[in-house]
Ligand binder design. Structure first.
Ligand SMILES: Cc1ncc(COP(=O)(O)O)c(C=O)c1O
Length: 432
């Protein structure tokens, strides 16, 4: 048996449907409709329906989608937009590129997603109501706190009821970063039903980067929204601000979706539900097989979540050693993400330091993404699990420099009791 276990498989799904993909290429070559056109429109209709959203606008990438969604939803230059530090940098790049300023709040340790309690704390401790507008302003800088981006990390939605309730009270625009969450669902008690990622904010951004659950064969992305005006503005933003050729209502960008990519995505969208079900089955099996291993924690799925496991991310006390051990056994894993954004050089000017967001920092030290893709076989999963089980885990907590689960839990209790952690109280001078 081949003992190599890849992190993901981008070849088999395409080879399986090769003829259909070639037909898309032929159609585009024979019609010359390379950008926009009927293939793009058909995919936009299908993906909007898939997400239970009224509108979908195809764009060039997930980063375009985030930037356009922010601008179209009303984020203005100098506004503050709150998000989490444990995301791909595209989330905060889009905020900055929209002219606004990213601000971080810590994550929930169990889910790894935005902690609504930290959002409320930030708003209470550092912001106030603007008497003129009734909106929220950051006390120290006077800047408008205008938006929040919950990131549905690894394919599991953030706690959207709690976030939307807080956002509603503080007049924040909610933009979902659904770039990893095609098809993920959230049970909203508020709405009394399951809702799809991409249908719960003012707008949402999706990436169709090849490795995503729904991936193109190149760069692509989309904005979904129930708001006609936002959809209209995104359509203009992706096409140099024009609604009609050479009539520019505003400056925009070159951020359109290629017809070939839309055609490929339309084919793959038909398989997405089945692929997501396969991922959920693999996650369930990993969860059962990796239960009760000292030093290993499997992902937590709250009862309000139906995740689509874009990534299957465990936490390991000796993460770096375990990753090397697995690689020595031909098992490829990933780190999503090894350095939280507030400690990246790109944001050095914000002045954050280690300890500012303890849950995100602990997570960055312990996370390990295991092989996960629809075609992962039981044999491959067994190789991964057997290798993890055979790893000689050091018993002493924290021995390899990572925080133990117990220490993490204690830290959280201390912060919870204080309401605002000493670090985050001192953090008021940091950020912008
Ligand atoms: C959470 C998150 N946001 C945004 C993006 C940006 O998407 P793209 O690479 O398509 O621009 C990604 C892509 O990896 C992502 O994972």
């Amino acid at each position: 048996m081949n003992s190599y276990v890849p992190f993901l498989d981008l070849v088999t799904p395409h080879i399986n449907e090769e003829e259909e993909f070639l037909n898309v290429c032929r159609e585009v070559l024979h019609t010359g409709r390379f950008i926009g056109g009927p293939m793009v429109e058909e995919f936009e209709r299908s993906f909007a329906a898939y997400c239970d959203a009224k509108y979908c606008v195809g764009v060039g990438s997930g980063t375009d989608a985030l930037r356009f969604a922010l601008i179209a939803a009303g984020i203005l230059p100098k506004d503050i937009v709150v998000t989490v530090p444990n995301t791909f940098i595209a989330t905060t790049e889009a905020i900055s590129q929209a002219g606004a300023c990213p601000m971080f709040i810590d994550i929930d340790q169990e889910t790894g997603n935005m902690d609504p309690k930290r959002l409320q704390e930030y708003l209470d401790a550092q912001c106030t109501v603007d008497p003129k507008s009734g909106g929220t302003v950051h006390r120290r800088t006077g800047r408008r706190v205008a938006g929040v981006i919950p990131v549905h990390l690894y394919g599991q939605t953030a706690d959207m009821d709690a976030i939307r309730n807080i956002a509603g009270r503080h007049h924040l625009i909610v933009i979902e970063d659904a770039c990893q969450a095609h098809g993920a669902e959230y049970y909203s008690k508020r709405d009394g039903r399951w809702s799809k990622a991409g249908s719960m904010g003012a707008a949402a951004a999706f990436s169709f980067y090849p490795g995503k659950n729904l991936g193109a064969c190149g760069e692509a992305g989309a904005v979904t929204t129930n708001d006609e005006a936002i959809a209209g503005t995104v359509r203009m933003l992706r096409d140099h601000g024009q609604a009609r050729k050479y009539i520019h209502a505003m400056e925009g960008y070159n951020g359109r979706l290629d017809a070939i990519q839309a055609g490929f995505l339309q084919i793959k969208l038909r398989r997405l539900h089945g692929w997501n079900e396969q991922r959920r089955r693999h996650a369930g099996r990993y969860g059962r097989l990796l239960e009760n291993i000292d030093g290993i924690t499997t992902p937590f799925e709250p009862d309000w979540s139906r995740g689509v496991y874009h990534l299957y991310v465990i936490r390991a006390r000796q993460r770096d050693e375990l990753q090397r051990y697995l690689l020595d056994r031909n098992i490829v894993t990933g780190l999503h993400y090894p350095i939280p954004l507030h400690l990246q050089e790109a944001y050095a000017d914000f002045g954050f330091s280690p300890g500012d967001f303890p849950a995100a920092e602990a997570s960055s030290r312990e996370i390990l993404s295991l092989p996960m893709f629809p075609g992962l076989t039981e044999e491959q999963q067994d190789l991964v699990v057997d290798a993890i089980r055979s790893f000689p885990m050091v018993r002493r907590a924290g021995a390899m420099g990572a925080l133990s689960a117990e220490r993490l839990a204690k830290q959280a209790v201390v912060q919870g009791a204080a309401g605002v952690s000493p670090r985050s109280a001192g953090w008021s001078g940091k950020g912008i």
